[in-house]
Design a protein around this ligand. Structure first.
Ligand code: GLA
Length: 517
């Protein structure tokens, strides 16, 4: 039996009003988190919990995943944050300090961080705002906020997921604020990923103290993805669209895309929903055994471009009959907009998408880009009809031109430079980092922020679509010892003067002997 669902235009509009009317929550005034330039687009990366749970997590596993992120092309597609989730990474010593578990992480947590940074990825760790983590296997940060944030800074973490287990009697806003303040005092800019599963309505206040917050329960038990449960996370997150924006994101949890038991259509749908909602794209599948179909889904730059759009709007449901939903409300940087038709029903559906329901003049001649078939249709006036298979989506971009440019999608070949000199005569040492944008336009030149020490100078040169950060160290007059710089670079929109993105990298210098002038 084939059921045809045609959507009457009036219903589309009425439903759009309904969905954004009663029941939808109004945003509280949002204060942007620190002016750290972090997470101006939704963070992308990989975390181990969904595939592995706690037990098999160790240094060898994380390193294999790091290598897979690079070899699969995921890094170039923007997935950069990676590291252990809960899995006995550290314990607390009698002096109150965190001590890495060298049984599981023989290189230490700083050593693993260096491995991650050397491969052009950013280091993610996990902790908890309470007395213990969820499994109780690791200490939480309660009453140790500053020393723990200092430990994370010393390990060179760039991203910390902060869980909300074992927090009885704690005030949620105070607890996460204390961690934010401690992280600032520790001096290393870090993306804070709050994980209270929606408890305490973090969307109302967490933009001040973090960059993303879980809005829902866990998307799956480790190793047990569930399509229907995954969709519940998406629909719960959808209601909060008004709260998302650059530097502050609703997080419906790490993705289950590519986990065993899900079809390609289901993977495509889940990925499209996450992109449409400007959700953090944290993959949770085992990248070492990823199928080509999953890799193609996770690295589809046209879909990623919707997620990573600099305006940072979270799309929402314009119309639904319970089986088919049409998602919109996601205007993009070039004036185009993203539209998603999703069919949760058991039968194929025909869906009518009308320009006027997208706020476009019906007489406008528009081009339509299908982000999965990668075909462009048009110019079309009025709208278009699409067929959507069960569990599948049609993911579109609608524009008055057929250019469909991609926003910046940035990756680097390293986030750490390590230099050493044994020479007592002055030298110039150099180390470079290559930053590549896979978006359509060349980026303006990055500008280096203040705070670069006098022995270091950074020059940026163009290399095709990439820019190379050439770091030169003048060793004259340096004393024997270890030197360190955290370099910040901003990519600033020349018209508005607004930073479009910031990147940070570490530079370590070892001077083995005193150097003459
Ligand atoms: C919570 C989080 C999960 C995972 C586990 C680890 O349940 O929501 O994502 O980090 O803790 O115990």
């Amino acid at each position: 039996m084939k059921r045809i669902t045609a959507i009457p235009l009036a219903a589309l509009l009425a439903a759009a009003i309904l969905v954004s009317g009663p029941g939808a929550q109004e945003p509280a005034p949002l204060v942007h988190a620190a002016d750290d330039g972090l997470a101006l687009t939704p963070p992308m990366g990989w975390y181990p919990w969904n595939a592995f749970g706690e037990e098999p997590q160790n240094e060898a596993l994380i390193k294999e995943i790091v290598d897979a992120l690079v070899s699969s092309g995921m890094r170039e597609a923007g997935y950069v944050f990676v590291g252990p989730d809960e899995g006995v990474c550290f314990s607390r010593g009698a002096d109150g300090r965190l001590t890495p578990n060298l049984g599981r992480y023989p290189s230490g947590l700083r050593g693993l961080g260096d491995y991650v940074h050397a491969r052009g990825l950013k280091y993610a760790l996990y902790t908890d705002a309470g007395t213990r983590t969820c499994s109780t296997a690791m200490p939480g940060t309660k009453d140790h906020e500053l020393e723990d944030m200092r430990a994370f800074a010393a390990w060179r973490a760039d991203y910390i997921k902060i869980d909300w287990c074992n927090t009885e009697g704690q005030d949620i806003v105070r607890s996460y604020t204390a961690l934010h303040d401690a992280q600032h005092a520790a001096g290393r800019p870090v993306v804070h990923s709050l994980c209270s599963w929606g408890e305490g309505a973090p969307w109302q206040w967490a933009g001040r103290v973090g960059h993303l917050w879980r809005t829902t329960a866990d998307i799956c038990a480790p190793g047990q993805p569930d399509w229907a449960w995954g969709l519940r996370m998406a629909f719960a997150n959808e209601r909060l669209s008004a709260y998302a924006g650059p530097g502050r994101w609703n997080d419906p949890d790490m993705m289950i895309v590519g986990m065993p038991g899900l079809s390609d259509a289901q993977n495509r749908s889940l990925f499209s929903l996450w992109c449409m909602m400007a959700a953090p794209l944290i993959a949770g599948n085992d990248l070492r055994v990823m199928s080509p179909a999953t890799a193609e889904i996770l690295t589809n730059l046209e879909a990623i471009g919707i997620d990573q759009d600099p305006l940072g709007l979270q799309g929402r449901i314009l119309w639904t009959d319970g089986n088919v939903s049409i998602w919109g409300g996601k205007r993009l940087f070039d004036g185009s907009q993203a539209v998603l038709a999703f069919n949760q029903g058991r039968y194929p559906a025909d869906v009518r998408i009308a320009w006027k329901d997208l706020g476009i003049d019906p007489q406008s001649a528009c081009y339509v880009r299908n982000l999965w078939t990668r075909r462009t249709q048009g110019p079309l006036t009025g709208g278009l009809s699409v067929g959507v298979a069960p569990d599948d989506v049609v993911f579109l971009r609608v524009a008055t031109s057929d250019a469909f440019p991609l926003p910046p999608i940035i990756s680097a070949d390293a986030y750490r430079i390590s230099l050493r000199t044994e020479n007592s005569a002055p030298r110039t040492l150099t180390g470079s980092i290559k930053v590549t944008n896979r978006g359509s336009d060349e980026l303006p030149f990055w500008t280096i922020g203040g705070g670069v020490p006098p022995w270091l100078s950074v020059r940026i040169i163009k290399d095709g679509q990439s820019q190379v950060f050439v770091n030169s160290v003048a060793t004259a007059g340096l004393k024997k010892g270890f030197y360190y710089a955290l370099v910040r670079a901003d990519n600033v929109d020349p018209v508005s003067g607004r930073p479009m993105s910031s990147l940070y990298y570490d530079l370590d210098l070892e001077v083995v002997r005193n150097v003459s002038r």
